[in-house]
Design a protein around this ligand. Structure first.
Ligand code: ASP
Length: 333
C-alpha cells in the first residue's frame, strides 16, 4: 500500500473500533505510542469482544488471563503476561517499558506491578464468558464443529475424541473453524513526526491450559518494531508465531530489503514449512515500513486489516493468503 502519514493499521474487523479511538490522537499530532495504547484500550474495554480484555474467554479452569506488549524500538519495548486482575495489559506493558529495565513481567508480579502503578483492579470474567466456559466444561459435545474446538487443551481434545459416533466425529472434523471472528488486537502506527509504534493485547486461546502464554506479549513473536527496518504485528495461533519468531523475522527481511508484502508472505511460508499445520490453525500478519508502505498476509482466508489514514479508511482482506486462495482485494468499507 502507498506511503501515508499518519497511519494506523489494526487486526480484524474490531480494528475499526481501535482505529476510531486512536485516530484523533494521530490526526491531532499526537504520538504513535499514545495512539496504539488508546487503540488497544478501546477493544479491551468492550466486554462483548470475547478475545481481548474483560469479556475474554477464560482458560480451562474458568479464569481469564491477559497478555500484551508495546514496542517503539529494541531499546524501548515491554510486555506483560498471565495478568489476572487488570484489564489493560498494554498500559501495564508501557509502564514496564517506561519505569523499569525489564522487558517482561508475568503473573502475580505483573498484577502487583499494575497495582503499584495505580491501575484499578477489575473482575475480568463477565457473566457471558463464564456461561460459555460453563457450557464447554459441562458438555464438550456441544463444541463439536464449533469455533473453539481447535483451542481445546490436550485433556479435552481427548474427551472430545471419546464422544459421539463415527459420523459425528467426521462431521465435527469437517466443520473445523480456522477463522474466529475475534482474536488479538494488534496495532501498528506512524505519527505525523514519522515515529512508529506497535502494541497488541489478547486474552489468548479460549479454554487454554492454565498458565499458557502465547505470542502476543513476547517481543519478536506477536510484535516487533525497529525504526531502522520496519514493524510487524501478528494474530492467530500463537504457538506458530513463537516457533518461528514470526514478527522479528518479518522485520529482519525488510531490513535486508524485502518489501512489506514479500516479508509478510515469507513469514507465512516459513510457518508452513517449519510447523505441523492443522485445519484450525490461522495466522494473520501486518507489515509496515518506516516510509508508511504496508502489506498483510494470512495462512488462510478470513483475516482482515482495518486501516486508517487521512484520506482513507478501509477494512480489507489479507493481501496474500497462503492456503485456500487469495481473496478479493477490494476494500470492504
Ligand atoms: N495470538 C493469540 C494467542 O495465541 C491469539 C490470537 O491472536 O488469536 O494468544
Amino acid at each position: 500500500m502507498a506511503p501515508q502519514r499518519p497511519i494506523i493499521l489494526s487486526t480484524w474487523s474490531f480494528g475499526r473500533v481501535a482505529n476510531a479511538a486512536a485516530w484523533p490522537i494521530l490526526a491531532g499530532g499526537g504520538s504513535a505510542l499514545d495512539a496504539v495504547e488508546r487503540a488497544c484500550i478501546a477493544v479491551e474495554d468492550d466486554p462483548t469482544i470475547d478475545s481481548v480484555g474483560r469479556g475474554g474467554l477464560p482458560d480451562a479452569s474458568g479464569r481469564v488471563s491477559l497478555d500484551g506488549c508495546v514496542m517503539l524500538s529494541p531499546r524501548r519495548c515491554a510486555g506483560v503476561c498471565f495478568v489476572r486482575r487488570f484489564n489493560h495489559p498494554v498500559s501495564s506493558a508501557r509502564r514496564v517499558m517506561e519505569q523499569t529495565h525489564h522487558v517482561l513481567l508475568a503473573g502475580e508480579g505483573a498484577d502487583a506491578f499494575a497495582a503499584a502503578q495505580g491501575f484499578t483492579p477489575e473482575d475480568l470474567l463477565t457473566d457471558e464468558a463464564h456461561e460459555v466456559w460453563r457450557k464447554w466444561r459441562d458438555d464438550p459435545a456441544l463444541l463439536k464443529g464449533e469455533r473453539y474446538r481447535g483451542w481445546l487443551p490436550p485433556r479435552n481434545v481427548e474427551e472430545l475424541r471419546g464422544i459421539g459416533d463415527e459420523a459425528q466425529r467426521i462431521a465435527a472434523d469437517e466443520a473445523l473453524p480456522h477463522n474466529r471472528t475475534h482474536d488479538t488486537i494488534g496495532v501498528l502506527a506512524i505519527d505525523l513526526n514519522g515515529t512508529m509504534a506497535g502494541a497488541c493485547s489478547t486474552s489468548g486461546m479460549a479454554f487454554k491450559v492454565p498458565g499458557r502464554v502465547g505470542d502476543s506479549p513476547i517481543i519478536g513473536c506477536g510484535l516487533y518494531v525497529d525504526p531502522q527496518a520496519g514493524a510487524a504485528v501478528a494474530t492467530g495461533t500463537g504457538e506458530l508465531l513463537m516457533r518461528t519468531c514470526g514478527c522479528f523475522f518479518a522485520v529482519e527481511l525488510m531490513r535486508q530489503g524485502a518489501c512489506p508484502a514479500d516479508a509478510a508472505r515469507a513469514v507465512i511460508a516459513r510457518i508452513v514449512e517449519a510447523c505441523d499445520i492443522v485445519d484450525d490453525h490461522q495466522v494473520g500478519l501486518i507489515t509496515l515500513k518506516p516510509d508508511g508502505t504496508w502489506a498483510s498476509a494470512a495462512l488462510r482466508s478470513g483475516f482482515r486489516v482495518a486501516s486508517r489514514a487521512t484520506d482513507r479508511e478501509e477494512l480489507a482482506p489479507a493481501g496474500h493468503v497462503m492456503l485456500g486462495g487469495d481473496e478479493a482485494s477490494e476494500p470492504l468499507l
